[in-house]
Design a binder for this molecule. Structure first.
Ligand code: NZQ
Ligand code: ZN
Length: 386
């Protein structure tokens, strides 16, 4: 096991009817900006619950943060933060709203003129404006981590940012919110969280027995709840397990002391930037090709995963490893997710070359757990995903 530091300061408030507790978590004299997305919270009662909880506070609002949070829109919110002298941000939404708020948390205290630098120059955020979240869509884990992904439509870019200053102060996780989520987004949440675990697990054995079993138990739980929650998102037991699994998949715990990959996400982000494909679906497009291309480097863990998560007991190590890849693709497909780029766009020719060009330009020349994946490897992997 590798050496590691672990600190996660986010307070989680989990369970039924917990939204009202935000009032206990925000300083009484705070000037709050409540931020949300396209309006789902006004249809499912979450907005009302938040407003009621905040009735004794000073609250401004900013709605309309789109899926794949857009820089230009966030810059409008930043102007509101400055004009109204906001001191506390409250994100009510899924990964997009929470990530947008993380960008704002950083940009609000950023001294220099152009906040896009935070993304482009990869400036870590060590201190941000404090913010809390009310999670409405289990998927990204953003509610308990310090990363964010921001899109700039004008240049078709989707870049990551983060830093120790970007953990939410608190996050409310009420599984009742799952009842109103459309099937497509539930499938996305399952696939995204599943892939988060894979990115931190499907590398090479390093003797981290507990981390392996943490990861496998999250994968097994997602596999178990997937058909139940897809059939009935109002099933509280399934919703609670789905929600907590998504948070645990990317709150830092399972990646401590182990090598991590994240190349699937790096390639997937480009597919969203180029074609607007839902984040989780881009991961389902890349995963099989990535594991097939890097088979030799990953086969031990692939075989262990096949055995422990999918119960594959017959065959050689290579055969089990291949079965692990196959089971993963079948799992995505069981969620109703297509696993080939050509299912999403007719204009896929040239995609691989463009992604390789972007990686080269940004100096992303050493991806994967061995830092050995070059832009030319990424090109081949994306091509295999057409
Ligand atoms: O905008 P509204 O109207 O709220 O509707 C949203 C949105 O259209 C809807 N929705 C959310 N909660 C709902 C609901 N509809 C009905 N009932 C509810 N309770 O769902 C749609 C998608 O929401 P979004 O926030 O975009 O989804 P998700 O949580 O999957 O977030 C995706 C974003 O997170 C980034 C992705 O790249 C993408 O931009 N990621 C962030 C990560 C992180 N910060 O750690 C890691 C991930 O790998 C990922 O990259
Ligand atoms: Zn993801």
């Amino acid at each position: 096991m590798n050496n590691f530091d672990f600190k996660n300061p986010t307070k989680i408030i989990f369970g039924k009817d917990q939204i009202k507790k935000i009032a206990n978590e925000i300083p009484k004299d705070a000037r709050i900006l409540l931020l949300y997305g396209g309006g789902s919270i006004k249809q499912n009662g979450i907005y009302e619950q938040v407003k009621t909880a905040l009735k004794d506070f000073s609250v401004e609002e900013f709605g309309g943060i789109p899926a794949n949070p857009e820089y230009e829109v966030l810059m409008q919110a930043l102007a509101v933060i400055k004009e109204k002298k906001i001191t506390f941000l409250l994100a009510v939404g899924g990964g997009s709203v929470i990530d947008g708020v993380k960008f704002l948390s950083s940009a609000a205290l950023y001294e220099s003129e152009n906040p896009w630098d935070i993304l482009e120059k990869r400036i870590p955020t060590l201190k941000g404006m404090p913010f809390g979240t009310v999670l409405t869509l289990p998927a990204t884990g953003s509610e308990m981590n310090s990363g964010a992904v921001i899109t700039r439509a004008a240049t078709k870019e989707k870049l990551t940012m983060g830093g120790a200053g970007l953990f939410p102060v608190f996050s409310i996780l009420d599984p009742n919110v799952v009842a109103s989520i459309p099937q497509r987004q539930i499938a996305n949440g399952l696939a995204d969280a599943f892939t988060h675990v894979l990115e931190q697990y499907m590398t090479y054995p390093i003797g981290a027995l507990l981390q392996d079993r943490f990861a496998e138990s999250i994968l097994q739980t997602l596999v178990e709840v997937a058909p139940v929650i897809l059939k009935n998102p109002a099933d509280y037991k399934a919703a609670a397990n789905f929600m907590w699994s998504c948070t645990m998949a990317l709150n830092g715990l399972i990646q401590k002391g182990v090598p991590t990959d994240w190349a699937i996400h790096m390639m997937g982000h480009e597919l969203t930037a180029l074609y607007g494909i839902d984040h989780a679906r881009t991961l389902a497009i890349i995963t099989e090709s990535h594991y097939t291309y890097n088979f030799e480097a990953k086969k031990e863990k692939l075989a262990q995963y096949a055995e422990r998560v999918w119960g594959v007991s017959a065959g050689t190590l290579e055969e089990k490893a291949k079965a692990g890849i196959q089971k993963t693709t079948e799992f995505f497909q069981s969620l109703g997710i297509q696993t080939r780029l050509s299912a999403y766009t007719d204009k896929y020719e040239g995609t691989a070359l463009e992604i390789a060009r972007r990686f080269e330009e940004r100096g992303m020349t050493a991806l994967g757990e061995h830092r050995s994946l070059t832009p030319s490897d990424a090109k081949k992997i994306v091509e295999m995903s057409y």
